[in-house]
Design a protein around this ligand. Structure first.
Ligand SMILES: Cc1cn([C@H]2C[C@H](OP(=O)(O)O)[C@@H](CO)O2)c(=O)[nH]c1=O
Ligand SMILES: [Mg+2]
Length: 212
């Protein structure tokens, strides 16, 4: 995974790829739904395929709970210990990321935001990366609440609107299709990546390399 250079003046710059964690590699939505149903088996819930907001609590807030305390308590599910550690993988994601890191002229970093209530989510994101990608990847995990400040050529991320201190971040945003954005229009010249399993990510990365 070291930086690679070509020969002589034909050397091409390395493509720097940033990859988000939750809902790009780790299945936050599915895990939340399972935990919610375990905790509140008699309350209404939102099946993953019906999700339509980035923040899960925004949509759950509109449900008619029999017990109103659920509305206030449900954030405790993802703020609690082991929630982030135990997220299942999104199919094919970790294999794709490892393969991408082996591609000639490509450097891959994981770029993820901890919750504002960072106590469990920040260290558990390290645990997740170590377990699912391997200990070497600890060196490649960037945790930040502002992804616009991170340098890269591409950011593959399910959050459709990524904002922060920089209005023109260095990276091009590739929207990873997730329940929260599946029916949203991707504006401007942003691209979409629908999954890690049909191989389109490879073509996309090769195309970006050619355009460097
Ligand atoms: C609260 C909340 C967080 N998250 C994820 C996004 C961030 O991780 P990531 O940057 O890895 O996608 C993290 C902190 O907000 O938790 C959701 O995906 N949905 C939610 O409703
Ligand atoms: Mg995400």
């Amino acid at each position: 995974m070291a930086a690679r250079r070509g020969i002589g003046s034909m050397a091409q710059r390395t493509l720097m790829v940033l990859i988000d964690l939750d809902e790009t590699l780790a299945a936050f939505e599915k895990h939340f739904m399972i935990k919610f149903r375990e905790k509140y088996p008699n309350e209404p819930y939102i099946p993953v395929e019906k999700r339509n907001t980035f923040y899960i609590a925004e949509q759950y807030d509109k449900l008619n709970f029999t017990d109103d305390s659920v509305r206030l308590e449900l954030k405790k599910i993802y703020r609690s210990e082991h929630f982030f550690r135990d997220l299942p993988e999104i199919e094919g994601g970790c294999d794709a990321v490892k393969e991408m890191a082996e591609m000639e002229g490509v450097e891959v970093f994981i770029c993820s935001s901890p919750l504002f209530q960072y106590k469990y989510s920040a260290p558990e994101k390290y645990e997740w990366v170590e377990k699912h990608l391997g200990p070497d990847w600890i060196n490649r995990l960037i945790l930040t609440r502002d992804k616009t400040m991170i340098n890269g050529d591409i950011l593959i991320d399910d959050k459709i609107h990524i904002t922060g201190a920089l209005h023109n971040p260095s990276w091009k945003h590739v929207v990873f299709t997730a329940p929260n954005n599946q029916n949203m229009k991707v504006k401007g010249d942003k691209l979409r990546l629908n999954n890690w399993t049909d191989g389109t990510w490879r073509t996309m990365i090769e195309d970006f390399k050619k355009r460097l």
